[in-house]
Design a protein around this ligand. Structure first.
Ligand code: ADP
Ligand code: MG
Length: 682
């Protein structure tokens, strides 16, 4: 068996299991070794069920008074049910299609049950809890269990066994980085790190393994981008772009005046557009800092100078929103500049007429999703391309957009707040502009962290805001196939909400599994105030702007990284009304409350992400990634900021001696293999 063997060479992985693994993107032995746990579980001490532990994963020490009962439902499902008493508190337990469990119980004895506690018609309940004898439980409590992403039919245990088997049967090379670097930076050897990342004996070892893998990931990332940078040439700027009075007039007539930071970034861009070389610039601005209008003003100058300018957004919802804004802005600027939109779900006839618009107009503004870079699409003389929410795109996709023109100026926009030094490492080849200030009319968002027991108060608050004609987002954690039983399913949730509010409000539902056109419709309805509440997974995280929404309530907020919560919170507070963020903390862990309380202290995304990490114990460093940017598998730009700087200076010193890696051929080939396996495109 070697790294490239098919996973069916693992004992116990047959045709059916292979298909399930394939669903998760795992095809080869190497894939399975790199199929990292999404989190780790240490079984908690048994506790007493109470209101605050509802919806958390807990374990209880319960005594069965009677033997479990078994019955068959109408749709032929075998159900085993029992009541466990924790002191005097009854907890209903059910298992499906697991009758073999029946013989495992002896009434009168104490067992430990581990699972998610729910409240069902006033009674505590656990579905499919794991069962242990107290002795066995003491034993498993000492272990750190890897928890993997799963899909229906594939159990955690099966993944775990397969990974173990792959490690047993396969040789993993030790040498990945120059030995000198490993020694100097005290890095765990690669093979050991890989194994430990799956099966850590202690959290300290897990942290060391993680550090090694994160360092390596960033090392190769930076090495590759520096090499590309060295090989890239600056193209002379042959576009004749002028700043136009009309743009200024329009800007001055806006309902608001730009912040100083917005003005500064705009003038950075304008001098780029007139500079000697074609530019590549990163505009980093925290959520709600007003990047769109800056992009528009730059694009308008480009169009008025006789060229085309395009902006690409990661979702149809966002692209459409930009389109509507741009159409309105062009109209109020009183200029005859056509605006074209391209999204995947548009009808062929619509695309055709948009294409015609682009072909017939030298000057125009173009907006779209990935549809912009699909192969058939052609543009006229593109002088400026902008990528919004750039972290949702690979570098290749950004380059593809550029390649639709003849070396146009390129701007990428990001809402991930990182300090300039880190930005310069990660975006080595770009100029960096930062918008720090938020518009002056903004009232700071009021944030609170509450427990399940105060849900009614929260809903009352929601109702009060709706009575003021405002709108509300409610976010449920992303539903993964494997988590359907765990996470609150948005659809069920919205039904419950509807009945809670006695059908008084119209409620939209948004989740990742919907078709783009459906998502658009839901989002549009919300933007046009046809719905009052939007129940959504984190798909709204990106860019959406509905200033009339003043409340965002986040269920199971403890499951999110604070950086993600910060982005979500940025969906409100986008107008001049006071806005609120309600974080529902479903965890009974005091530590979690403390962590969530950081959100009350600050509105600065970088500060929040860093503070979050300070408070995390090694055990909870893993489940939640702070930022999706750069799609590293292990590394996180906040958590590993120090390693990032280390890797950067190591790369620099290697390239200083050997600029094209001519004397490091092995390193170059490892890098290429590594990059090929990381799924992200650089
Ligand atoms: P982001 O930087 O998150 O992309 P947007 O560009 O979506 O932010 O802007 C958020 C909201 O702020 C929009 O409604 C926009 O019209 C408004 N806005 C932008 N700049 C200003 C400003 N200087 N003063 C007041 N409101 C502004
Ligand atoms: Mg935006």
């Amino acid at each position: 068996m070697d790294l490239l063997s098919n996973i069916d060479s693992i004992k116990g992985v047959g045709e059916k299991t292979t298909k399930l693994f394939n669903k998760l993107g795992v095809y080869t032995i190497e894939d399975i070794l790199l199929f990292f746990p999404r989190t780790y579980l240490v079984y908690p001490k048994p506790s007493t069920p109470d209101k605050d532990s509802v919806d958390s994963l807990i374990s209880i020490a319960g005594r069965l008074k009677n033997s479990p009962k078994f019955f068959r439902t109408r749709n032929k499902m075998d159900v085993l049910s029992a009541v466990a008493y924790v002191d005097d508190i009854p907890v209903d337990l059910v298992w499906f299609n697991s009758n073999y469990l029946k013989s495992n119980f002896e009434p009168g004895k104490i067992y430990i049950f581990y699972g998610r506690l729910v409240l069902d018609k006033g009674r505590y309940k656990m579905s499919q809890p794991s069962i242990f004898t107290p002795e066995k439980y003491l034993e498993v409590q000492k272990q750190i269990q890897p928890i993997y992403h799963l899909t229906k039919g594939l159990s955690n245990n099966l993944v775990l066994k397969s990974v173990r088997e792959a490690f047993d049967k396969c040789n993993i090379s030790k040498e990945r980085l120059p030995l000198e670097l490993e020694t100097r930076n005290k890095l765990m050897p690669y093979d050991k790190a890989l194994f430990t990342y799956h099966f850590p004996e202690t959290f300290d070892k897990l942290v060391a393994a993680r550090r090694r893998l994160a360092y390596e990931e960033m090392f190769f990332f930076i090495l590759n981008s520096r090499l590309q940078e060295n090989e890239s040439v600056s193209f002379p700027n042959e576009f004749k772009i002028n700043h136009h009075q009309i743009t200024d007039d329009f800007k001055n007539e806006l309902a608001f005046s730009l912040t100083n930071d917005q003005e500064n970034v705009l003038s950075d861009i304008l001098s780029d557009l007139q500079g000697p070389y074609v530019t590549q610039r990163l505009i980093q601005g925290d959520v709600g800092s007003g990047k769109t209008i800056v992009a528009f003003l730059a694009m308008l100058d480009v169009a008025l100078s006789g060229y085309q300018a395009a902006i690409m957004a990661p979702t149809e919802v966002l692209a459409k929103q930009h389109y509507q804004n741009f159409v309105e802005w062009v109209k109020s600027a009183g200029v005859n500049v056509p605006v074209a939109l391209f999204t995947g779900s548009m009808k062929a006839s619509e695309k055709k007429s948009m294409q015609k618009l682009v072909e017939e107009n030298n000057s125009c503004l173009i907006i779209g999703t990935h549809a912009l870079i699909s192969d058939g699409r052609t543009f006229g003389d593109l002088a400026l391309v902008i990528t919004d929410e750039q972290h949702r795109f690979g570098v290749q996709q950004r380059d593809k957009l550029s390649s639709k023109g003849n070396h146009p100026h390129m701007i990428v926009m990001s809402a991930t707040p990182i300090p300039r030094t880190l930005a310069m490492i990660l975006y080595g080849n770009m100029h960096v502009s930062i918008i720090k200030q938020l518009p002056a009319n903004r009232l700071p968002i009021k944030t609170c962290v509450i427990k399940e027991s105060r849900r009614a108060t929260a809903f009352k608050f929601v109702a009060d805001e709706i009575a003021k004609n405002h709108q509300v987002y409610i976010i449920c954690p992303l539903v993964e196939a494997s988590e359907t039983t765990e996470a609150q399913n948005v659809t069920d949730y919205s039904k419950k909400l509807k009945s809670y509010f006695r059908d008084k409000y119209s409620i939209g539902v948004l989740h990742g599994k919907m078709k783009p056109s459906e998502k658009n419709q839901v989002m549009e309805d919300f933007a046009e105030h046809k719905t009052q509440i939007l129940v959504s997974t984190t798909v709204v995280e990106v860019g959406v702007n509905v200033p009339n929404a003043t409340v965002i309530m986040i269920e199971n907020a403890n499951r999110f990284g604070l950086a993600a919560l910060h982005q979500l919170r940025g969906r409100v507070g986008r107008g001049d009304a006071q806005s609120y963020c309600i974080l529902m903390n479903a965890s009974q862990d005091n530590h979690e409350s403390e962590r969530l309380n950081i959100m009350l202290k600050s509105n600065d995304g970088f500060f929040i992400a860093k503070e979050d990490l300070k408070l995390r114990g090694p055990g909870d460093m893993f489940g939640v990634r702070q930022s999706g940017e750069f799609s590293f598998k292990v590394a996180d730009i906040y958590q590993d900021a120090d390693e990032l700087e280390l890797a950067s200076s190591d790369v620099d010193s290697i390239l200083k001696e050997d600029p094209s890696l001519d004397n490091h051929l092995e390193l170059r080939s490892t890098m290429n293999l590594f990059l090929a396996n990381q799924f992200y495109v650089l």
